[in-house]
Design a protein around this ligand. Sequence first.
Ligand code: 8DG
Length: 132
Amino acid sequence: MRKTLSVVAAIIENENHEILCALRSPKMSIPNHWEFPGGKIQEGESPAQAIEREISEELKCTIQAEKTFYQSHYDYDAFSIDLTAILCTLTSGFPTAHEHSKLIWLKRENLDSLKWAPADVATMELLVKAVI
Ligand SMILES: Nc1nc2c([nH]c(=O)n2[C@H]2C[C@H](O)[C@@H](COP(=O)(O)OP(=O)(O)OP(=O)(O)O)O2)c(=O)[nH]1
């Protein structure tokens, strides 16, 4: 049976109402696709704890998880993911790419101009339409 990963992703908006988008590097799985930064929930962690840890590790800044925006499931060929997208506030520092190829801030209406990881498309489309 296909393995299911529980993954959290951060939706971080700046003061210009732009959303942080991260490009997965050629070395990562699902390479060269855009995602909302985050990662796998570890055993014993809540989704909020997991996203705060992942962002601190990957982007070297501090966020606070505010509330769940959307939960979705996607079946890739080799594995499945349960993706929890969480609205987060930047509390200190500034996100910088260490594992990703690039980070950009995009207006919500322009999010669909990127090539997203397939599992993120539903969340991204909702974000384009949503009032948050
Ligand atoms: N972080 C993240 N991963 C996503 C998203 N959409 C999506 O399909 N994925 C996939 C890519 C990966 O196969 C998996 C998450 O793995 P990851 O490599 O980001 O997580 P991690 O930091 O815990 O990984 P690792 O260092 O333990 O390998 O979920 C997304 O929006 N954010």
